[in-house]
Write a protein that binds this ligand. Structure first.
Ligand code: XMP
Length: 512
């Protein structure tokens, strides 16, 4: 396994993903991780990430330099290379020519193996982002590669297995960067590529069995990817000892409740307790308009209902959750507030202590794409595994203002038509998230010979990598036309469809 120390680069998670894509297990830890912990972790290699600081800034992130003397291979990226160079007696200074973006890399010394297989031609494109450079090599090191503006674009001391690169091999703009990372972790560090979905499942199943023994486990199933994969995985491990609780809030998508039951209860034989709580949710939300208040009411009621259901399972000792790695990672700047925020509804807060439940989180170490690969391997339906994200409060934040059953029914139908057309045109997988929004705004229309005075449905589709920023998707006009015609013809209560052309920021993805 590989240890990645995070010095605050915005790309650190990408390093971890590239290592995992080489089927090697890795963990991401803050730069100041304790040396005793590092020894206990026993990495076969260490990667030091980039970071926004200069090594000679007063507040530059520090680390325990003894890790460079452990005798395990180290790859320093950008800032990581600078700290390594300084430690071994080199010098770092502000570069005369700063370099950002695309550059052409050329190998200058082929004795080390870091660039094995990297160059198909004499030069290879890389992504640079730096203001500092190594101005004096540490003793024992050579320059392994250079670009026009960075004469020291990579350094190495193959005898001690120390490597540094000034560019970012982890980003997509360095097209062959994944080869470099693969070479480092497998060839130089000697890691085996065991981190495959099949192997992850096998290990997780063994671990869950060992942890849980003969205890009973409960899990809140939402129908989303994470809790679904967690349920399938835990079920594979302990079968009948798992009980899932599925709360139908009345704010789910068309047929969602039945789909969840069909997939888990009928096809997989998972015990699922379905709680139909539509009326309770709708009556708790009567006349509530404020989005934040709606979220709070939905979140709290969800927990109450989940607790009631869980309370009936007398001997449950464990609460399982579909927490995934990005929710857990502590970046150099502390936990990302956003991830915590978004998840506050899913993680059934307070329950573990109250019911004296221990937490079982079998996906804690996995990235979303790994969770999806696991879902496929566990035989979950493709459309469940590759579904767009759906917010915890569901349609509650897609019906603007006051929520009524009638509105939810209209929205469900419109949304289902929209998604069906996206599937049929091949656009569903091209966008990151798409959904319909109900606007309780009435406008005048004409249908046949009659005048109509009905509601508006807005369509939203965005492209994004991380959901922090997003751009609206350029759906083709003919597709939009077809969707609009179908919704207005097939859904009673809607006589106008509009397309949302706002990006995030300044808008958000959801409307509330
Ligand atoms: P916004 O609207 O903030 O959404 O741009 C970003 C992403 O987060 C999802 N989202 C939520 N997910 N509970 C969730 O589990 C929530 O309360 C929530 N609010 C927004 C949203 O669907 C998008 O993918």
């Amino acid at each position: 396994k590989i240890l990645i120390l995070d010095f605050g680069s915005q790309y650190t998670q990408l390093i971890a993903r590239r290592v995992r894509e080489a089927h090697v297990y890795c963990e991401l830890h803050p730069h100041d991780m304790d040396i005793a912990e590092i020894r206990a972790f026993a990495p076969k290699g260490i990667i030091l990430s980039g970071g926004p600081c200069s090594v000679y800034d007063p507040g530059a992130p520090s680390f325990d330099e003894r890790l460079l003397e452990l005798g395990v291979p180290v790859l320093g990226i950008c800032y990581g290379m600078h700290v390594m160079a300084r430690h071994f007696g080199g010098e770092v200074s502000a570069a005369g020519k700063r370099e950002f973006g695309h550059a052409e890399l050329e190998q200058t010394d082929s004795t080390g193996s870091l660039f094995d297989g990297f160059f198909v031609e004499a030069k290879s494109p890389v992504w640079m982002s730096h203001g500092d450079h190594v101005s004096k090599l540490p003793p024992g090191f050579t320059v392994a590669a250079a670009t026009a503006n960075a004469p020291v674009a990579a350094i190495q001391d193959p005898a001690r297995q120390l490597y540094g690169v000034q560019f970012h091999p982890e980003v997509n703009h360095t097209p062959r960067g994944e080869i470099l990372i693969d070479t480092f972790v497998r060839k130089i560090c000697g890691c085996h590529g065991h981190w495959t979905p099949g192997q992850i499942i096998e290990d997780a199943v063994a671990r869950i069995r060992e942890m849980v023994g003969t205890d009973q486990v409960i899990l809140g199933l939402s129908g989303g990817v994470d809790s679904s994969v967690a349920a399938a995985l835990i079920h594979r491990a302990i079968g009948e000892q798992l009980t899932c609780v599925f709360v139908d809030t009345g704010l789910l998508r068309l047929g969602e409740g039945d789909q969840v039951m069909a997939t888990f209860a009928e096809n997989m034989g998972v015990k699922v307790l379905r709680v139909d709580a539509e009326e309770r949710f709708l009556s708790a939300l009567v006349d509530v308009e404020d989005p934040e208040q709606k979220r709070k009411i939905i979140g709290n009621l969800f927990i109450t209902i989940f607790e009631e259901a869980a309370g009936k399972l007398e001997d449950a000792r464990w609460l399982a959750q579909g927490t995934i790695y990005p929710d857990v990672i502590e970046s150099a700047g502390g936990k990302t507030g956003k991830a915590q925020n978004i998840k506050s509804h899913h993680n059934v807060g307070g329950l573990p202590e109250k019911m004296k439940l221990a937490l079982l989180e079998p996906l804690r170490e996995l990235f979303k794409d790994e969770v999806r690969a696991l879902g496929d391997e566990l035989g979950l339906p493709r459309q469940m595994v590759w579904r767009h994200p759906f917010p915890g409060p569901g349609l509650g934040v897609r019906i603007l203002g006051k929520i009524k059953k009638e509105y939810a029914d209209i929205l469900r139908q419109a949304d289902a038509i929209y998604i069906e057309e996206l599937f049929q045109s091949g656009w569903y997988d091209k966008v990151s998230q798409a959904f319909a929004v109900f606007l309780p705004v009435r406008s005048v229309g004409v249908m046949g010979d009659g005048r109509t005075y009905e509601n508006v449905v807005a369509l939203r589709a965005v492209e994004t990598k991380d959901f922090m920023t997003a751009s609206w998707a350029p759906l083709p006009y003919d597709l939009l036309a077809r969707i609009s015609t179908r919704i207005i013809n097939e859904v009673r209560g809607v006589n106008r469809v509009v397309y949302d052309i706002s990006s995030k920021p300044p808008s958000t993805i959801e409307w509330e």
